[in-house]
Write a protein that binds this ligand. Structure first.
Ligand SMILES: [Zn+2]
Length: 514
């Protein structure tokens, strides 16, 4: 069986999803989980885009050992230099450099002739190879490029030292048949193509990203790029878990395998969904809540007689429904620590203490603490930059009755560590809290989106709120969990505000890396 490498770009292309902004700790957690999932390569970000991004990529490059870490660069020496600074400590530093090859991009965006584009691509790949052992070159908008021009430029970049050539369907325009043909054409006509990995990268604008990726594999692609849950710009990227499970379930047809540890899929999907605030639709293949639910009587009957009557994938294969042993009021520190370990978390002594405290306070109000609750508590503790100066909720009270105007009183500490307090009103309880918080924060804040969901089932389930807002024109998303919906709402609001404030502190503190 032939092997396909998995190149995950959740942290770069996925992070470009509208409204998504992950902080450094969240990116690091996702990177560690991607390593566990077994991705061959992970694109940690675009180091030249900001100081924050640079630091995230650097941290990931220094932490992850079993996957190759890469960063994106435009065809510019300064981008490549910055990427090298961020990636040089990785176990296998890799650069991903791109240049557009379609007439529409070359004429209107680059304002270069095809020959000038070849010259720049070659020069940049040669420059990158002076440092990086692995260099991937992408022909941006490959699917709307002239095939013979692609053949010419690919041969040249391979001569220049590229080790991977990627043919992205940047705008999500191609069809499985056409994309397969493109790979076959390149394989047949580029004389030195066997010296490199040939990669596919699909977007889902027409809902064909996964099908297109599989067509590329059938026609010679040896690397597939995509994201967890298929997140990404516009309609998103090819969903890695769908491609990997399709290759596994239909290996009699595709005859290709990946290195992915399939039963880490669910956890990876949950983590990405939680941090990005992008909810996985119930009917989504592989990881949707209903992907393994059987509703019709005939199906249920068949399932009870033999699961394979209507189930082609078992939930266990992708890590769903593994142990869900609950903890409760009487569970001690030892049981808690065992559970934390079995859920795959590695927490420092200090974070463990903090998590245990949160767990205990939850057991005061909730009888059974499930894996889902712990997942929420632990990931929140793990990604909380508790040492940073930020807004912190101290106490609040809301008065609501259907006859009066809702009023909130809020006390909190500011990033300057002073305690402030005020009261305000709103049309509803949440608005009253948000208006009051806004009055205390003195920044220009607009709420764009608010979503409330429950973690797990039951009346005493934790509430989780995701918000999207702009702070002085900068978009930020935030999340907060608590047993009470109002407290979760307040936490989510401050979480988003703090992201912007912390970013600004960083920007003021440091200058450009190189
Ligand atoms: Zn893309």
């Amino acid at each position: 069986m032939a092997h396909v490498k998995v190149f995950d770009t959740t942290l770069r292309d996925g992070e470009q999803s509208p409204g998504v902004n992950l902080n450094k700790l969240e990116k690091l957690e996702i990177a560690k989980q991607l390593e566990k999932l077994g991705v061959d390569i992970m694109e940690a970000g675009f180091p030249a885009s900001s100081q924050n991004e640079f630091e995230s990529v650097q941290e990931i490059a220094r932490t992850v050992k079993n996957s190759s870490v890469t960063g994106l660069a435009r065809a510019k020496k300064s981008d490549i230099d910055t990427a090298w600074e961020a990636l040089k400590d990785a176990s296998e530093p890799r650069l991903h450099v791109f240049l557009a090859t379609s007439p529409i991009h070359m004429t209107h965006k680059l304002k270069k002739t095809p020959d000038e584009v070849i010259e720049t691509a070659v020069e940049m790949v040669e420059y990158a190879r002076e440092r990086f052992p692995q260099v991937e070159w992408s022909a941006e908008d490959a699917c709307r490029s002239d095939k013979d021009f692609l053949v010419r430029i690919i041969e040249k970049v391979i001569e220049a030292g590229a080790t991977v050539v990627n043919l992205p369907d940047t705008v999500g325009y191609t069809t499985p048949y056409e994309y397969g043909e493109l790979f076959r054409y390149v394989k047949e006509n580029v004389p030195n193509i066997d010296r490199v990995s040939l990669s596919c990268h699909c977007h889902d604008d027409l809902g064909m990203a996964v099908a297109n990726s599989l067509a590329a594999i059938e026609n010679g692609a040896t690397q597939i790029e995509g994201t967890i849950n298929g997140i990404g710009e516009r309609a998103g990227n090819a969903s890695i878990e769908e491609v990997a499970v399709a290759l596994q379930i239909r290996n009699n047809f595709y005859e290709h395998s990946t290195n992915l540890v399939l039963n880490e899929i669910k956890r990876t999907s949950d983590l990405v969904s939680k941090f990005t605030g992008m909810v996985v639709p119930g009917n989504k293949a592989i990881v949707g809540k209903n992907a393994f639910a059987h509703e019709s009587g005939i199906h249920q009957d068949g399932m009870m007689k033999n699961a394979s009557t209507y189930e082609i994938i078992t939930p266990e294969m992708v890590g769903i429904g593994a142990s869900n042993m609950v903890l409760g009021k009487h569970s001690g520190r030892h049981a808690f620590e065992d559970k934390v370990k079995s859920l795959g978390y590695e927490l420092s002594e200090e974070k463990l203490k903090e998590a245990f405290k949160a767990f205990k306070s939850l057991t005061d109000r909730k009888k059974d603490v499930t894996d889902e609750d712990l997942f929420t508590i632990l990931t929140d503790v793990q990604t909380d930059s508790s040492d940073a100066a930020k807004y912190k909720l101290e106490a609040f009270q809301v008065q609501y009755s259907s006859a009066n105007i809702p009023t909130a009183t809020v006390a909190m500490t500011t990033p300057e560590y002073t305690r402030v307090e005020t009261a305000g009103t709103g049309q509803g309880s949440v608005e009253a809290i948000y208006n009051t918080l806004e009055a205390l924060i003195h920044e220009d804040i607009h709420l764009e989106d608010y979503r409330l969901s429950s973690v797990g089932e039951g009346r005493d389930a934790l509430a989780e709120v995701h918000v999207r807002l702009t702070v002085n024109g900068t978009a930020a998303s935030g999340r907060g969990a608590a047993q009470d919906v109002l407290e979760a709402s307040a936490n989510a609001f401050l979480n988003a505000v703090n992201r912007v404030i912390l970013n600004q502190q960083l920007l003021n503190k440091q200058s450009a890396p190189v």
